[in-house]
Ligand binder design. Structure first.
Ligand code: IMP
Ligand code: MG
Length: 336
């Protein structure tokens, strides 16, 4: 039984949500707790035929047996949170730490109204930057100050640590991606907080000695939304010709597409303390791999790609996503 962190290795939108959902169904965590910035994150989760875009509820919600938490480091937008709680099946098992910083309407207005944030950086306009800045200035409200959040407030750090100490499996869900970390990303074209595994642990009040595994999720073809450097970016014409086109969950902006960046993957894995790699979008490397559920079904092209990832990163690829549905996945964790 263990505590596992799942983080994005490139610029976000690597498909962490699906990896979390898969691992949850396999490993039966009692608690899935979210770290990361706040509602600037968007996880698209496909459950059967229905698609959900969650921004506050942990993407592990599709696994019905886990309690879901939002760690104290995360910003909460009460409007977004309450809307999602009404939409998805989480009542009675979702909790917010009372210390979470609160996003006010005014933060959203400041985010959208700032030339620097909205235009130069290309922020999501969700108020996260201004809210984190108010938190650092110690003028932000906390979740425990809002009566409408009272039914959800607990000490998340206490709950998560208790589960770990009881030997129960726990998942800590990261958001965003390494390349937009405030500390390690392409500053100033970054989000308003670190996004690495250590931050996700800190966001939940879990000390480094209690983390057993860090799964870094990489997209075969990385993407980036918003402004900033992207060394392996290709033209949109080229990505469209390859049949790749994506839009952001939060802002619906078209995502910029690039090719595999081994150098970035290696650096990202180092800072994240990666122990295992998950690869998403292998069907874009070779469309014949779409929907594969075992390693043997992969083509030589796909196997060569995975081997290259392992050489670049220096850690084993243990999970390979082969399509959008939960069942379209290869899990090599038990065999290794
Ligand atoms: P902010 O986090 O809204 O301030 O946006 C700052 C930068 O981070 C912009 O380039 C956003 O597009 C990017 N960003 C923030 N959150 C995410 C995410 O969850 N996925 C991908 N990009 C993100
Ligand atoms: Mg996303």
């Amino acid at each position: 039984m263990s505590c596992t962190i799942i983080v994005g290795g490139f610029f976000g939108d690597e498909g962490k949500g699906k990896i979390v959902a898969h691992i949850a169904h396999q490993d039966h965590p009692t608690v899935i707790s979210r770290g990361g910035v706040g509602p600037n994150a968007g996880h698209t989760v496909l459950v059967g035929k229905k698609e959900y875009g969650v921004r506050m509820v942990p993407s592990g919600f599709v696994y019905p047996k886990a309690d879901l938490c939002i760690g104290p480091g995360v910003l909460v937008d009460p409007r977004v949170f309450l809307r999602e709680v009404a939409e998805v099946e989480v009542s009675g098992r979702i909790f917010i730490d009372g210390r979470c910083g609160v996003i006010e309407e005014e933060h959203i207005a400041r985010d959208k109204g700032s030339e620097h944030l909205a235009k130069t950086i290309g922020s999501t306009g969700s108020g996260c930057g201004p809210a984190n800045s108010d938190r650092v200035l110690r003028v932000a409200r906390q979740a425990k100050d809002l009566p409408e959040l009272a039914p959800y407030i607990i000490d998340v750090a206490e709950k998560v640590n208790q589960a770990i100490d009881n030997g129960e499996p726990v998942l800590l869900e990261g958001t965003q991606g390494f390349g937009i970390s405030l500390y390690y990303g392409t500053y100033p074209f970054v989000t308003s907080k670190d996004t690495s595994a250590s931050q996700i642990a800190a966001d939940n009040g879990v000390g480094p000695t209690k983390i057993d595994d860090v799964i870094v999720v990489f997209k075969a073809f990385p993407t980036r939304v918003g402004e900033g450097p992207f060394s392996t970016e290709m033209s949109l014409d080229k990505s469209h010709a390859l049949g790749i086109q994506e839009f952001g969950t939060v802002t619906h902006r078209e995502r910029r597409i690039g090719t595999w960046d081994g150098k970035m993957a290696r650096y990202s894995a180092m800072i994240n303390g990666c122990t295992q790699v998950a690869i998403t979008g292998i069907d874009r490397v070779d469309p014949t791999c779409f929907g594969a559920t075992s390693y043997d079904q992969l083509s030589q092209t796909a196997k060569d790609f995975i081997r290259q990832v392992e050489v670049d990163v220096g850690q084993p690829v243990t999970i390979i996503s082969t399509g959008p549905e939960l069942s379209q996945i290869i899990d090599l964790r038990k065999k290794r």
